[in-house]
Design a protein around this ligand. Sequence first.
Ligand SMILES: [Ca+2]
Length: 318
Amino acid sequence: MTGNYHQTQIAGYLDYPWAAVENPLGGWLITERSGVIIEYDHAGQRQEIPLQFEQLYVAGQGGLLDIKLARDFTESRRVYLSYASGTAAENYLTFGTTVLDTKTPVVKDIFKVSTPKDTPVHYGGRLLQLPDDTWLMTSGDGFDYREQAQRKDSFLGKVLRFTKDGKPAADNPFAGGDSEAEQYIFTLGHRNPQGLIQDPKSRDIWLHEHGPDGGDEINLIQAGQNYGWPVVTLGRDYSGARISPFTQYEGMQDPVLNWTPSIAPSGMTIYHNDVFPDLQNHLLVTSLKNKALYAVSLDQNRMSAVQIFATINERLRD
Ligand SMILES: [Ca+2]
């Protein structure tokens, strides 16, 4: 990539940060696993905001995850959050909200994924608000429950779509099905998706997900589609065993990009700006394992990822 750039440190001393969102008035809000929001105002002043949850579950990959600002955040100070709640024996990905106008704001649970699991990993947890004000939330497969990614009576291994009150969106693709989960399912067959964005120009929705050993994917998400996990994968189990003999399967969508070996993709955004012309219309993907930022062009038929800003050599979360 061409052009000059330099890095600026905005925040330091972060304890297991997961998501960062920019305040339209200036400054940043950053979530930490233990249930704290670190806020930097427009002048760089730091404030720690410990949130009060009904039952936050902090272990492994569980804890406070994503943060998104309400559309009227600058007036209301309302945020929407995803997090793990419950216990080691029974924990659930949860969607909730709070208003950051006191020293210890109380988080209200709005919608809890009602498929229990007893693992502290693979929550997914990325949030996206759509133009019609419904929400998408990625729900991981819980690692030990990968078969449930194909089951329409399970909330695991899905992208879920619901209203700000936690009710299933009325026009969801399997609405009217027998199970509660079917009312909420937008797409199925996912492993552990932590990247989810909508292109404001094309309205395309892009998701990335962690594969097993290999098989990290970028997918173009469309309502009602099945993205294959664990029937189809280009990755292997950590033991080296084959998870599936299939790399394609009728009725299941192929990824538009596959990373083997894995990079461990975590955050994602889309670049529509003039500062770096080379990056126009690219997905920018952060990687944990490879400690790098990748750019993926949306203008090419055959997508590939190019590493950019090579001086960054840290696990990149968001
Ligand atoms: Ca897939």
